[in-house]
Design a protein around this ligand. Structure first.
Ligand SMILES: Nc1ncnc2c1ncn2[C@@H]1O[C@H](COP(=O)(O)OP(=O)(O)OP(=O)(O)O)[C@@H](O)[C@H]1O
Length: 259
């Protein structure tokens, strides 16, 4: 089990998360839902190690991991697929995927990497046809698939998906949520950070609602969906991302730190 206990975190003098606690059990899909700016990405970055905690602790199967580097957490199976896809546009699809394998395996053995690519792309057959092309040539939806496939190259036990449906056309959004269900069936535990509350609740076992850096609601996803406890502001759709160049630069730096 992945356990986040009373975690506070932030940037500079700003405290964004206030004593947040959540768990992701083996084989579970857990949704972390909240509006733009609620702190979802900050919580995900705290778990993967891109952000240092101010307070609290994070354990994996009872062992503290919050003192570990992002790479050490990756090696223990905590894999972060960051918001905004962040594929390396100038590198080929295969090179982007290989980076995922190299992030955890020192071996640069070509056969090994090729086997990893074949396994990861079982979920994304369309990528197999385009391995030699620059990732920048792919559509937005395909780049999102590539970002997830790159995460799978690291053989996750706990996959942290940050806003995977953001900016995708409705058909691709549905496809992304179907993919999450398939990944879960293969035994990967998933923390799904999303603004798209309705579909996240539909695909997850349990959910937490994050508002202004605080967990304000938690429970079985179906019960939350049925109860109407989550207001229209969460169920209204995917919302628009709060994008600005400096934030985009910070996101890209995050990706480089993971890989
Ligand atoms: N790198 C950063 N430096 C400073 N402040 C940041 C940084 N990243 C996020 N923030 C701020 O932290 C708060 C929470 O942002 P966060 O990205 O965690 O929210 P979110 O729920 O993931 O929303 P979004 O959908 O916009 O990603 C916001 O006020 C945001 O402006």
């Amino acid at each position: 089990m992945l356990e986040v206990r009373e975690v506070s975190a932030g940037y500079g003098s700003d405290v964004v998360l206030h004593e947040c606690s959540l768990t992701v059990g083996a084989g579970e899909v857990v949704a972390l839902i909240g509006a733009n700016g609620a702190g979802k990405s900050t919580l995900v970055k705290s778990i993967s190690g891109l952000l240092t905690l101010r307070r609290g602790e994070i354990t994996l199967d009872g062992t503290r991991v919050d003192g570990l580097t992002p790479r050490e957490r990756l090696e223990r199976g905590i894999v972060h697929v960051p918001e905004g896809r962040q594929v390396f546009a100038g590198l080929s699809v295969a090179e982007n995927l290989a980076l995922g394998a190299h992030a955890v395996h020192e071996s640069r053995d070509r056969g090994f990497v090729e086997r990893c690519i074949a396994q990861s792309c079982e979920y994304f057959p369309a990528l197999l046809d385009r391995l030699g092309e620059p990732a920048g040539n792919l559509s937005g939806g395909q780049q999102q698939m590539l970002a997830i496939a790159r995460g799978l190259m690291s053989r996750p036990r706990y996959l942290l998906l940050d806003e995977p449906s953001l900016g995708l056309a409705p058909l691709l959004v549905s496809e992304t949520f179907r993919l999450i269900a398939r990944l879960s069936q293969s035994g990967i535990s998933i923390l799904l950070s999303e603004q798209n509350a309705r579909q996240s609740l539909a695909v997850s076992d349990r959910a937490y609602v994050l508002e202004l850096g605080r967990i304000t609601l938690e429970g079985r996803s179906k019960a939350i969906l049925d109860s109407g406890d989550v207001s229209e502001k969460y169920l209204g759709g995917s919302g628009a991302a709060n994008r600005n160049p400096s934030r985009q630069a910070a996101l890209e730096a995050s990706l480089r730190a993971i890989l």
